[in-house]
Design a binder for this molecule. Structure first.
Ligand SMILES: [Zn+2]
Ligand SMILES: [Zn+2]
Length: 103
């Protein structure tokens, strides 16, 4: 099982290709851009309530056999949140003061 590299921010729909340095993920691979994480989500995943971290870059070069973006390609399926902005703001406000390891 490889990390699912989702192609977009699930909140603002910004493209987040495998080389994006501003992709952020939660432990369930929910994916957002750094701007949304900082200004709208405040490091609270709107789905699970966990924290978000920079998504690692999957190498383009096949340094080891079978392990590269070409061999393990990103997901083509764009994902979109189903919550309203008001719901997301309330969810974040309720959780963000709690350290991620205590949530
Ligand atoms: Zn975004
Ligand atoms: Zn999550």
């Amino acid at each position: 099982m490889a990390l699912e590299l989702r192609p977009n921010c699930e909140l603002c729909d910004k493209d987040l290709p495998p080389t994006a340095m501003d992709a952020r993920i939660c432990s369930y691979e929910c994916t957002f851009c750094a701007d949304c994480v900082e200004t709208k989500l405040h490091n609270v995943c709107p789905n699970c309530g966990g924290g978000l971290v920079p998504r690692p870059i999957r190498p383009a070069t096949e340094w080891r056999q079978g392990l590269s973006v070409a061999k393990r390609p990103p997901s083509p399926r764009r994902v979109h949140l189903h919550y309203s902005l008001e719901d997301i703001a309330a969810h974040s406000a309720r959780i963000r003061m709690i350290e991620p390891e205590r949530r």
